[in-house]
Design a protein around this ligand. Structure first.
Ligand code: BGC
Length: 771
């Protein structure tokens, strides 16, 4: 039940090497032969080596030591964070980050990327991948916004589901749905803070995406934060009542990094004493946790000894331990470890840097064209082009550039320690490299200063250090005089977790200055194109007003250069759609598209949103004509949970393109508030210029479920009878639901009020009143 982080203090994989992370264990081999550790991890996508063959051979040796020197002979299971490709290895394919995946709406390709990742993790000797993240996004200030796929629960759930299935496709790797639950909406966007939510919000927005992903995943990782005042790692309701009993999940529940300790250090939930620690462990095991991830703060023997004591003192039943051990053994069996503990040492080499076609196509599909005044883009390709901005070329300072984001050859997505010119990099094409190849001597590149700065503090933090020197300004002024077009790359550096939290949305000052300088120096007719590389909505109108076109590129990973260049020169017609709401100002966060009305303060409707969820422009024009439903009335939603919409979409422009057809519920009335707008189905389609195509979009009626009843929100979820306006662009249809019925819940999630001694009679009476 113990998972130990290796490599925190630089140790390798050799069984005789000193275990340097904590001093309670002498050698790495002792973890197994003396302490019966069942699992190890390398946190943050950083192993002891970035060479795949060396890694797998080291892991095999350690496994052999474990199997031969423990009397049980059960293999350990290795886990890690291969979150946008197997980004542990030098030369890896860094697939577009999760936010980009959400923008593609392309479930098939996202799954293909996950399949390659799963295969590659297995070839590395790993059997556990700590993804997909299925944390609902709402607040751009959160340092893990780039990991979230979407603020829409259904889109997020579908992405997470196909990714879990992809990771597990060969039955050699277990996927992890994380972080259960509510982790994505921490207070003021601070990582691992507590979340203020409600039963209604949990049941309609936070749980459903995780529930979808659970269908395909063998394991769950718990939210490091607290939910409505209860640490998730101590919540029996979350982990047992909801996860085990209601969702019937019988896989392994893993803590997050040091999270029993965090009940002391972070939550101030138990005191920093032996007894406090004991309560932290007992509370976690009672709540339903199977395995404790011991990171840099938790000496493994501390967890092991405390657990044994709790059993010996009769505070935890031995059967409870047996249950967790059974689940862990079943996990090892299901990923094939009991049959074959060792990995083929030759398989990994052929996989590193692979699936380029998938990665390239996903990267292109993920780019969102925010603005394109007067058809500025695409460029003709014959122009003299000035490229400037931070973080777009290879070089020591840039390290991993701005195109990859966190969990890329390291936790923060940068080379830790002293950066080196030639040292590990993902396989990558850069924007500067691609433009230079395509434009030859019609290309001028003036890079501005950027240094990754992963450990800045929220107060002075720009997610990187950016500067515009006098020399750079002069070079830009020079080049601006002869340029026919200018491309300025803006955004933020790689970041992760609490170190990525920020208090601002606007671009760093040096970037604002850069844009203002370009706007001043370029002739009026010379287009100024902004490309934003960021893991969150980064930028406000004070900068955007100067740009003729804006491409939100997110963090597209390895194939950024090709994807961006293809869009700039019209070889790919942009098709991505924002998977989140882009507020106009950080003061309006968190503002999300499917909140209850009034979503915006009365009298201030205008100007709060810069770009809506689903926004994304194209080089061509799209028109919808015939729209119809497979049926206009669904008498019983529980027996008919999906209907289809047929939509004829015409490409009325003169450029071929791809288009995402989205069907929203835009009006409905019931016993409680309905969201402002909600996505019920989507489909990506390719249409040649001048052609039209009829698309069938499956509509998932469970997206229309609400929790009826008064404020506490305890009743079973239902789709309420009534009329639902469904919209595709400017076309609408009406779906009538005949009977109020539930789809996803046959009964409500049990609420522990009635039989709890903590709850007074008054509370019970109050609840009765509400129901
Ligand atoms: C993160 C997890 C991750 C774990 C192991 C934690 O800090 O919250 O998402 O899986 O580290 O690297």
């Amino acid at each position: 039940m113990t998972q130990v982080a290796l490599g925190e203090d630089g140790e390798g994989l050799g069984p005789n090497e000193e275990f340097t992370t904590h001093d309670d264990v002498d050698t790495i081999g002792d973890l197994f032969s003396e302490h019966y550790v069942g699992s190890i991890l390398h946190g943050g996508s950083s192993g002891p080596t970035q060479d795949g063959t060396e890694f797998v051979s080291g892991l095999n040796d350690l496994q052999e030591y474990n199997v031969e020197n423990t009397d049980h002979g059960v293999p350990f299971i290795w886990g890690g964070d291969a979150l946008h490709g197997n980004c542990f290895l030098d030369g890896c394919t860094s697939f577009p980050q999760r936010l980009n995946m959400g923008a593609t709406r392309d479930l098939e390709r996202v799954e293909a990327a996950a399949m390659h990742t799963g295969e590659s993790v297995a070839a590395m000797g790993g059997h556990w991948n700590f993804g997909p993240t299925a944390d609902l996004l709402r607040d751009m200030r959160w340092g893990r916004f780039f990991e979230g796929h979407s603020e829409d629960a259904m889109l997020l759930g579908e992405m997470a589901r196909v990714r879990a299935r992809g990771f597990e496709c060969h039955d050699q790797v277990a996927a992890t749905v994380k972080h259960f639950s509510g982790y994505g909406t921490p207070n003021i966007g601070n990582d691992r803070a507590h979340v203020r939510t409600s039963l209604r919000d949990l049941r309609t927005r936070q749980f459903p995406p995780q529930e979808r992903a659970l269908e395909e995943a063998k394991t769950v990782m718990v939210n490091s934060g607290a939910v409505n005042g209860k640490p998730a790692h101590a919540s029996e309701w979350l982990l047992t009542t909801v996860l085990r009993e209601h969702y019937e999940f019988d896989g392994v529940i893993l803590t997050d990094w040091d999270d029993f300790d965090r009940k002391i250090s972070n939550h101030e939930y138990v005191p920093d004493t032996e007894d406090g620690w004991r309560r932290a462990v007992k509370g976690g095991l009672d709540a339903g946790i199977d395995m404790c991830m011991c990171g840099a703060e938790t000496p493994p023997t501390r967890f092991i000894e405390t657990t044994i004591e709790l059993v010996e003192d009769g505070e935890i039943d031995e059967q409870r331990i047996d249950e967790s051990v059974r689940r862990i053994l079943e996990l090892k069996r299901d990923v094939g470890l009991l049959e074959e503990p060792y990995a083929d040492e030759t398989a990994i080499e052929g996989l590193v840097g692979g699936a380029q076609d998938v990665s390239e196509q996903l990267a292109k599909e993920s780019l969102v064209l925010l603005e394109n005044d007067d058809g500025t883009l695409p460029l003709e390709g014959s122009e003299e082009v000035l490229l400037t901005g931070p973080g777009v070329d290879n070089g020591t300072e840039n390290r991993f550039l701005m195109q990859h984001g966190g969990w890329t050859l390291g936790w923060q997505g940068v080379e830790e320690g002293e950066p080196t010119e030639d040292g590990p990099r993902p396989r990558q094409s850069t924007i500067a490299g691609e433009l230079s190849d395509r434009l030859g001597n019609r290309f001028t590149h003036v890079p501005t200063s950027f240094e990754a700065d992963p450990y800045g503090t929220v107060q002075d933090f720009e997610n990187g250090r950016f500067d515009l020197t006098d020399e750079q300004s002069d070079a830009i002024i020079d080049a601006a005089g002869t340029a026919d077009a200018a491309v300025v790359v803006l955004g933020e550096g790689p970041h992760n977790e609490g170190f990525g939290d920020r208090d601002r949305m606007r671009l760093p000052e040096a970037q604002q200055e850069l844009v203002a300088l370009l706007a001043d120096e370029l002739d009026d007719e010379v287009p100024l194109v902004g490309v934003i590389l960021a893991g969150s909505p980064r930028g406000t109108d004070e900068t955007f007003q100067h740009l003729d076109s804006i491409l939100f590129a997110g963090q597209p990973g390895s194939d950024t250069g090709v994807a961006v260049a293809d869009v700039l020169f019209g070889e790919y017609n942009p098709s991505g759609k924002l998977p989140f709401t882009w507020e106009s100002n950080v003061g309006f966060t968190p503002l999300f598209y499917d909140d209850y009305p009034p979503r915006q303060s009365v009298g201030a409707e205008d100007g709060m949103v810069q770009y809506e969820f689903g926004h994304g422009r194209s080089y061509t024009d799209w028109e919808y004509s015939a729209v119809s439903l497979s049926t206009n009335t669904v008498e019983s939603p529980s027996s008919k949970p999906t209907v289809t919409a047929e939509v004829t979409v015409e490409n009325t422009g003169d450029i071929d393109g791809e288009h995402i057809v989205e069907v929203y519920n835009t009006k409905s009335y019931g016993s409680v508030l309905q969201p402002h707008r909600r996505l019920v189905g989507f489909e990506r389609v390719q249409v040649d210029a001048g052609d039209s195509v009829t698309v069938t979009v499956e509509l998932d009626l469970s997206t229309l479920e609400v929790v009826p009843g008064d404020v506490p929100g305890t009743q079973p979820k239902v789709v309420e009878a009534g009329e639902y306006e469904l919209s595709v662009g400017d076309r609408t249809m009406t779906l009538t639901i005949g009977q109020t019925e539930g789809i996803s819940e046959s009964e409500a999630i049990p609420i522990p009020h009635a039989d709890s001694t903590e709850n007074s009679r008054t509370a019970r009476n109050l609840l009765a009143l509400f129901q």
